[in-house]
Design a protein around this ligand. Structure first.
Ligand code: ZN
Ligand code: ZN
Length: 357
């Protein structure tokens, strides 16, 4: 598995005329090597693969990253890099320009002298957009944990309960189900707060007559899930029903249109166009969706600026239109789906019809 990923990064390296790449971003490092420690540098050449880490992680690194030779720096990482570059004729080294700090860059520059440092920002992220079978298995499980947590939490959502208490119970449930963490701070936004697309759970108590938006996800063995449902506490008003029905139809159309070959802008327009036709264009101010993987927000972008983000089989994306009316509230529905040749497979299985509690 990791070997196929190494092959892919080596092909990218050849394409860019690089002699090696240095990888430090935690998600990229774990993706290529399997190593999940917090400190480690991968140095990959066409023939060799090293994992540079310190004493604390030596044993873990050897177990988790069998395709890599684990080495410990005698003094600094920069000095070890200089030695390896000298020994293996590395003259053009790719580094993650969007992640390396100014201080580390200066240290590398000084240690490596005349050698070229070239930014490979986005290169490994592009590889990561297409998930392999091992990754999809973990993402299905991460989504299933979110589904189970949603059905578990429904009986807790009632007038008088604080949003924060619901979030705490959800976190506990996700961890009991095997999640090692939360994909992001749980969003519980009730009543007028549901007009805030990213209203993290507060002390506000839920009241009858309110819509409650729950947006959450688990991290399972390094992979995130992401799902949103909006539920109704008490009998909905005509307007609450109307807004919910528009968002639901927009979301269903978005999922139905998801397949290989469509671009992010076209898919965004499927949802946005439907909401616009119903007069709520101004009330849908965020993008329709995003890629998900080791990181909660990855490529591709499904937005008005997503014309170059072409969907391909193996990408996992969210479809999450919403309508938000300041002072009134909002509705968002989000599913996480796997892009396939002629359609998609939804990893989120929770019912989307309005749940009245
Ligand atoms: Zn979400
Ligand atoms: Zn999302």
């Amino acid at each position: 598995m990791a070997n196929t990923r190494l092959e892919k990064v080596r092909a990218a390296l050849a394409e860019r005329n690089l002699d090696a790449v240095l990888v430090y971003k935690p998600e990229n490092r774990a993706y290529l090597s399997g190593f999940t420690g917090t400190a480690g540098w991968l140095l990959i050449t066409p023939a060799k693969a090293w994992l540079i880490t310190d004493f604390r992680y030596a044993e873990q690194a050897a177990t988790q990253a069998p395709a890599f030779e684990v080495i410990k720096p005698e003094s600094t990482v920069a000095a070890l890099l200089a030695t390896l570059c000298e020994q293996h004729q590395i003259n053009r080294l790719g580094i993650e320009g969007d992640y390396v700090t100014v201080d580390d860059y200066s240290a590398y520059e000084q240690a490596l002298g005349e050698r070229d440092l070239v930014s490979i920002a986005g290169t490994i992220e592009t590889l990561r957009m297409i998930k392999d079978e091992a990754e999809l298995t973990l993402m299905r499980r991460a989504a299933a944990i979110a589904d189970e947590t949603f059905s578990h939490i429904l009986s807790y959502i009632k007038p008088g309960v604080a949003e924060r208490d619901i979030a705490v119970e959800m976190e506990y449930k996700m961890k009991k189900l095997g999640a090692e963490g939360l994909a992001f701070d749980i969003i519980i936004a009730s009543g007028v707060r549901s007009a805030m697309p990213h209203g993290v759970a507060s002390d506000k108590q839920i009241a009858a007559g309110e819509l409650v938006t729950l947006d959450f996800g688990a991290i399972y063995q390094g992979y995130c899930s992401d799902m949103t449902r909006t539920v109704m506490v008490g009998e909905p008003s005509a307007q609450q029903r109307e807004i919910y029905a528009i968002v639901l139809e927009a979301e269903k159309r978005g999922v139905a249109a998801t397949r290989a070959g469509i671009n992010g802008k076209e898919l965004d327009e499927v949802c946005r166009g439907y909401i616009r036709e119903h007069g709520y264009a101004e009330a849908f101010g965020h993008s329709t969706g995003h890629g998900v993987g080791r990181y909660i927000h990855e490529g591709p972008k499904l937005s008005v600026r997503g014309e170059t983000d072409l969907l391909k089989p193996g990408m996992v994306v969210t479809i999450e239109p919403g309508i938000y009316l300041s002072g009134w509230g909002g509705v968002r529905i989000e599913d996480m789906v796997l892009v396939q040749e002629n359609g998609c497979e939804s990893f989120s299985k929770s019912p989307r019809e309005l749940k009245i509690l």
